[in-house]
Design a protein around this ligand. Structure first.
Ligand code: NI
Length: 158
């Protein structure tokens, strides 16, 4: 009986799925303003405070992109960190770093440029690219975006 349990445990371990989460940190600086066009400037300032400033302002954003998947037995990698870095740089940083988020970024046009909106829009792009690069072996788990050291948003795709 003891031997049977040992064999069953070994079998279970061999067939266990090891779901691993890996992350890439990135940083960008960008300008924005929060403005609801249905409201006058006074109401926008009341709601959005300094982020409603008519002539823009900037933030230093810290982004963490986390993906999940099983390590590939041939490489030990969930996905190559270099591939993840290239996707984040090409799809996000090249488009938003040192830009005006309201005016310069196609995928943000006409949206309220809050930290929350950015996490959702980044997710839509990165999930597709990560799946494409890994043949659907790996998917996005979380987008975490700091707008200031104390304020951040997270999105898990729900
Ligand atoms: Ni702001």
């Amino acid at each position: 009986m003891h031997e049977l349990i040992r064999i069953l445990c070994k079998f279970a371990f061999q067939n266990k799925i090891f779901m691993i989460y890996i992350s890439r940190n990135a940083h960008f600086s960008a300008a924005h303003k929060l403005n609801n066009p249905k409201w006058d400037q006074e109401k926008n300032e009341e709601m959005f405070g300094v982020c409603a400033n008519e002539n823009w302002h900037g933030h230093n954003f810290d982004l963490t992109v986390t993906v999940k998947g099983e390590p590939d037995p041939e490489t030990g990698f969930v996905m190559n960190f270099t591939d993840l870095k290239q996707i984040v740089n090409r799809e996000i940083l090249d488009k938003v770093d040192h830009k005006n988020l309201n005016m310069d970024v196609d995928f943000l046009k006409g949206k309220m440029i809050s930290c929350e909106t950015l996490t959702i829009e980044f997710w839509k792009i990165l999930d597709v690219e990560v799946r494409k690069a890994t043949g659907d072996r790996v998917s996005l788990y979380r987008i975490k975006l700091y707008e200031t050291p104390n304020n951040f948003a997270e999105y898990f795709g729900e």
